[in-house]
Design a binder for this molecule. Structure first.
Ligand code: SRM
Ligand code: SF4
Length: 571
């Protein structure tokens, strides 16, 4: 068979390609503009580059109108995202982040859907100190955003802790080895001088000078938990465990959640499994997959630039063949695996070596001190006495991990003293909720998410209670726009913001993250959301089969059609 000649889409490169090309390996004029005291903002071109350093310029949208009226520039501030593979932090690092949020940020921490910390509200003048202090705590923000490989996620819910420990090491290795090679970050933020003998022209052996056409995401799942939503990744690895030992990974390619309202050329897509590799082969696979996207991804239309569109355009088999050709060896046949959920496992669980792990629910991933709930203080007190580690989960929660039997009592006392929740006294619906940041910081938000979902859940809980479904885990996810930062299309109930107070409502995703949802109602407000859910949830209560998940029920009952592939998400 003659091999198809692969091509990248034609068309003029997008402006971001120009910015990267002219940036001298992600430097731009960032060093200079960060010193400028006239504006709290930075020019657009530099802001594009800033992403590759883990940060975006934002403005507080709650203040936008008022500042406009007063003819003031927007309330500019920076968001900063930490690179922390697998979401694992030491208690000391937690304390540093807690302190930095007070000192330079808005006092809160956001635990993100990719297992890391974000801080909001950092003023330009404080950015360098913040990054330097993060660096001193042995963390960084390199490539946490931008057209590169992002924070590598790995399963955090410890079912089989030995395998988890191994998988975590792989996620760290992938994250470190796939970093850009430019010293821009070190020069701009850490005052690194050019070392004598450094070549004048830098090289990016894997990325090349233009980096990738778009962001790239990798995650590793350990069945039966699909907590990281492996099928939403550009490149997903599914750990295959035999007799308690990790023997390798199934490889899945081409997932992603984002889309634009009203544009059917954009859609969420699930990654598809293409084969099996040994643990020692995953770096090579990741590197070669990334270079395929580098070479054939769309550099003209950013909204069609993610790897999922490259895979769909070229065809899964073609991409697999290209991968095998670049590797010089073939993938084995995929091994059987089974997922049963994509949520977190709450409460205490015992792992290896007599160590304990406690998963706590953090609503919307927002760590703050509220009037009647001193969550941030409580977690700080735990971090002060804890000697294990702290894991951030992709469902925006935390695991106080590797607790000795002696320390368990003390941690429990603090949990009780501060009223922290391990999910026991709240509804299963709330435990299964995640929401993206949205307003007031996200410039792309069309509606509230993190600030609204808890209030909406209060009301849905009444319906759930009326129908005896309090303990039924139904995943519910809300995003303020169709970019899908809370992986809305994999929520059994999903909401995408359309306009203030208005959402598209989606139903029918699989409880294990293996099927996308389908739009059920468009552009509806709270009253309609509740009346629609009242009907559907009461039918679920009465008509469901034993152990049938809500996402499966709505399809069997004909309430929505199953989405069998991202390409029919909009049908
Ligand atoms: Fe996201 C852009 C927040 C996970 C898809 N995301 C943004 C920006 C940076 C807005 C912007 O570009 O101006 C948001 C910053 C808001 C703020 O104020 O902090 C933002 N995304 C987040 C976080 C913090 C949501 C959260 O509440 O946890 C998550 C940070 C993850 C991390 O630590 O790296 C976050 N974003 C995701 C995910 C989920 C995931 O990766 O598992 C997705 C869907 C998966 C995917 O990538 O397909 C996601 N974010 C997007 C997109 C759509 C990308 C696309 O190509 O389809 C955008 C918009 C863009 O890139 O242009 C976006
Ligand atoms: Fe912002 Fe949209 Fe992402 Fe929510 S989904 S954080 S509104 S970009």
């Amino acid at each position: 068979m003659v091999k198809q000649k692969l091509k990248a889409p034609e068309g003029a490169p997008s402006d971001v390609e120009r910015i990267k090309r002219e940036s001298n390996f992600l430097r731009g004029t960032l060093k200079e503009v960060m010193l400028d005291r006239i504006s709290a903002g930075i020019p657009d071109d530099d802001n594009r580059l800033m992403k590759h350093h883990g940060s975006y310029l934002q403005d507080d949208r709650d203040l936008r109108n008022e500042r406009q009226k007063q003819k003031l520039e927007p309330a500019y501030q920076f968001m900063l995202r930490v690179r922390m593979p697998g979401g694992v932090a030491t208690p000391e690092q937690w304390l540093v982040m807690d302190d930095l949020a007070e000192k330079y940020g808005n006092g809160t921490l956001k635990l993100t859907t990719r297992e890391t910390f974000q801080m909001h509200g950092i003023l330009k003048w404080n950015m360098k100190s913040t990054i330097q202090e993060i660096h001193a705590a042995l963390l960084d923000t390199i490539a946490a955003c931008g057209d590169v490989n992002r924070n590598v996620m790995c399963a955090s819910n410890p079912y089989q802790s030995e395998v988890h420990a191994e998988v975590y090491e792989w996620s760290k290795k992938l994250s470190n080895d796939l970093l850009p090679r430019t010293r821009a970050y070190h020069e701009i933020w850490l005052d690194e001088e050019k070392v004598a003998g450094t070549p004048e022209v830098e090289e990016e052996p894997m990325y090349g000078p233009l980096y990738l056409p778009r962001k790239f995401k990798i995650g590793i799942a350990v069945p039966p938990s699909n907590d990281i939503d492996v099928f939403s990744q550009d490149l997903g690895f599914i750990a295959i465990v035999e007799e308690g030992k990790l023997i390798g990974f199934n490889v899945a390619i081409g997932g992603g959640m984002g889309m634009s309202h009203g544009d059917k050329e954009t859609y969420p897509q699930l990654a598809k499994v293409i084969g099996f590799v040994k643990p020692t082969q995953i770096y090579d696979v990741a590197e070669k997959v990334i270079t395929i996207q580098r070479d054939y991804g769309n550099r003209s239309e950013r909204k069609n630039a993610r790897f999922k569109y490259t895979v769909d355009r070229l065809g899964l088999e073609t991409v697999k063949e290209e991968l095998e050709e670049r590797l010089g060896w073939n993938l084995d046949e995929a091994r059987p695996y089974h997922f049963d959920n994509n949520g977190d496992r709450y409460g205490w669980v015992k792992g290896i070596g007599g160590k304990w792990h406690l998963t706590l629910f953090i609503e919307g991933g927002r760590v703050a001190d509220f009037d009647d709930y001193k969550l941030k203080t409580g977690l700080r007190e735990i971090a002060k006495v804890h000697t294990g580690d702290i894991r951030l989960t992709s469902n925006q929660n935390i695991i106080i991990a590797n607790v000795s039997a002696q320390k368990k009592k003390k941690i429990n006392e603090l949990v009780e003293q501060y009223g922290l929740t391990d999910g026991e006294h709240i509804s299963a619906l709330r435990r299964s909720s995640i929401a993206c940041v949205a307003l007031p910081t996200c410039g792309l938000a069309m509606a509230e998410a993190e600030r609204y979902l808890p209030r909406l859940v209060d009301k849905i809980e009444d319906i759930v209670d009326e129908n005896g479904l309090r303990d039924k885990e139904i995943t519910i996810r809300m995003t303020g726009c169709p970019n899908g930062c809370a992986r809305h299309a994999l929520g059994e109930i999903g909401f995408i913001g359309k306009a203030p107070g208005k959402y598209n409502m989606y139903l029918g995703a699989a409880h294990d993250g293996s099927r996308l949802s389908k739009m059920y109602r468009e552009n509806i407000g709270e009253e309609e959301i509740l009346s629609e859910l009242r009907v559907v949830l009461s039918r679920y209560a009465k008509e469901r089969q034993q152990d049938e998940h809500f996402g499966d029920f709505v399809i069997r009952a004909g309430i929505v059609q199953a989405t069998t592939d991202g390409t029919n998400f909009h049908e």
